[in-house]
Ligand binder design. Structure first.
Ligand code: NAP
Length: 189
């Protein structure tokens, strides 16, 4: 039974929390909307694991970091973290990396990234805040698109959650859900 963290876990990643709880884990889920978090707790009540709802805004770094720190103090060190954090959200990823940096137990971070991360015209040399942490292995899951006879389309929530679960189950270091090539054929291009 591990302590897992899902940041942004009541939207498209909701089913990742459900599957973790069904597998018997303690799952801390961060989001702002309390009702949606309570709905997730309710829907997993019969699971062998448990959802620990954390109502927090990840743009409010100090409070966000404090609340996850409290969860670690109660539920133990985090073994798996799944992060879906929108761009321009302050230092949310940095906050998670500071908390994980204080752990001595191994942790795998699955950083879910929007398709912009695959834009060949905007490739940057941004370093992951998790790269330097001794006990942390960082994996990226880029959300791409699907190509169909009628044209390309973005991914559904089910496809995204399944793709993230597949990356975790197979410990994929860099994975893409759907495709990001050819980039010019993405929806709306
Ligand atoms: N490449 C693709 O095909 C692709 C990529 C991305 C998204 N999408 C689609 O687009 C839809 C909408 O995407 P979305 O980005 O809104 O994702 P989402 O996963 O549906 O919602 C975002 C999640 O993050 C939480 N969140 C957002 N801002 C937060 C904050 N400041 N602090 C704490 N938690 C926060 C939300 O809960 P709260 O609002 O309660 O805080 C929710 O749990 C998805 O349903 C997905 O299917 C497709």
């Amino acid at each position: 039974m591990a302590h897992c963290l899902i940041v942004g876990g009541t939207g498209m990643l909701r089913n990742v929390g459900v599957v973790f709880a069904e597998a018997g884990h303690r799952v801390s889920v961060v989001a702002r909307n309390k009702e949606r978090l309570i709905g997730l707790v309710r829907d997993t009540q019969r699971s062998p694991g448990v959802i620990n709802p954390i109502v927090a805004d990840y743009t409010q770094t100090e409070e966000f970091e404090k609340k996850i720190g409290e969860a670690i103090a109660i539920l133990g060190p985090i073994s798996v973290a799944v992060l879906w954090i929108h761009a321009n959200s302050g230092d949310a990823a940095g906050a998670v990396s500071r908390l994980l940096g204080n752990q001595t137990e191994p942790c795998q971070v699955y950083h879910v990234l929007g398709s912009q991360a695959a834009d060949p015209t905007k490739q940057t040399a941004d370093r992951s805040p998790f790269e330097q942490l001794e006990h942390v292995s960082c994996r990226s899951v880029v959300l791409g698109f699907k190509q169909e006879p009628a044209g390309s389309r973005w991914l559904t929530d089910d496809e995204i959650a399944s793709g993230v679960l597949d990356a975790i189950a197979n410990d994929r270091i860099d994975s893409v859900v759907g495709t990001v090539e050819p980039w010019d054929e993405r929806p709306g291009a």
